[in-house]
Design a protein around this ligand. Structure first.
Ligand SMILES: *[C@@H]1O[C@H](CO)[C@@H](O)[C@H](O)[C@H]1NC(C)=O
Length: 286
């Protein structure tokens, strides 16, 4: 299909301003967990729960092709070892696209790991892992995806931690044709999540609970059976900035600070894993 979303967007000049609401239940649907996922506080809060028999999850009602997505998350407090809390965008299909935040739990007072990955046309193996510079279980923090035709940026409280630029001109596939939905879940992964799988889930501490609020997809293009409905918070043309935004030098410096001080794994430096050479996006300069 010779379809270019950029051209389409250019023609799709009009945009729609939707009423903003802080009610998380309007854009999200609970999809599994048999009552373990709950809207609370008049729909302002969503909690996921995990116990020995099941985890739980939800997804966005809409599918999107590009956007800026923010979610405030408070992770499982105390002993969360063995649990994984996910928050990701994913398309359908065999050659799917996916952008992942996965929070790997830990023993009380031991640090969570923020595990990230980017899968393009079914090919992933692009893991980067970080510690956080705060206790993610003590309060809500904002985790964001910026996804546009030029670049994908993962952010924590507005600080970029990772950028995946469009490097199609170097032959690296970039997610830009397939609409993605937002998903989130809390599940047991004690075979690998905590300290390489050595620390198991302590079921006597169940139920494990993660909390969500203020999902914001107000700057995004909604995919409605083949049509794009692009919307923005503001009534000016510049409000579409997110569609072409890349990191400026201040943001790049912030990202370097995070990567120098908090990154604990980077596939781009793992030469043992790629004996035939590092992936193209790791060596190409733009
Ligand atoms: C858990 O804590 C240990 C010890 O501080 C640390 O090595 C590990 O990276 C932490 N995170 C996970 C998810 O294992």
């Amino acid at each position: 299909m010779a379809y270019s979303p950029i051209i389409f967007l250019t023609f799709f000049f009009n945009y729609f301003v939707f009423a903003f609401s802080s009610n998380i239940n309007q854009g999200l649907a609970i999809t599994w967990g048999n009552g373990r996922a709950k809207f609370q506080d008049n729909g302002k809060l969503l909690t996921l729960s995990l116990d020995k028999s099941s985890g739980s999850g939800f997804q966005s009602k809409n599918e999107y092709l590009f956007g800026k997505f923010d979610m405030q998350v408070k992770l499982v407090p105390g002993n969360s070892a063995g649990t994984v809390t996910t928050y990701y965008l994913r398309s359908k299909g065999v050659a799917w696209d996916e952008i992942d935040f996965e929070f790997l739990g830990n023993l009380t007072d031991e640090p969570y790991i923020l595990h990230t990955n980017i899968i393009s046309h079914g090919k992933g193996n692009r893991e980067q892992q970080f510690y956080l510079w705060f206790d993610p279980t003590a309060d809500f923090h904002t985790y964001s995806f910026l996804w546009n035709p030029r670049s994908i940026v993962l952010m924590v409280d507005g600080t970029p931690i990772r950028e995946f630029k469009n490097m199609e001109h170097f032959g690296v596939p970039f997610p830009k044709e397939q609409p993605m939905r937002m998903y989130s879940s809390l599940w047991n992964a004690d075979d690998w999540a905590t300290q390489g799988g050595r620390v198991k889930t302590d079921w006597s501490k169940a139920p494990f609970i993660a909390s969500y609020r203020n999902f914001n997809a107000n700057n995004a293009c909604i995919w409605l059976s083949g049509k794009l409905l692009c919307r923005s918070d503001h009534h000016s043309m510049s409000s579409k900035a997110w569609l072409s935004q890349e990191l400026d030098s201040i943001s790049l410096n912030r990202m370097k600070w995070v990567q120098m001080n908090y990154m604990i794994y980077n596939y781009c430096t793992d030469i043992n894993r790629f004996p035939k050479g590092l992936p193209k996006e790791c060596v190409a300069s733009t």
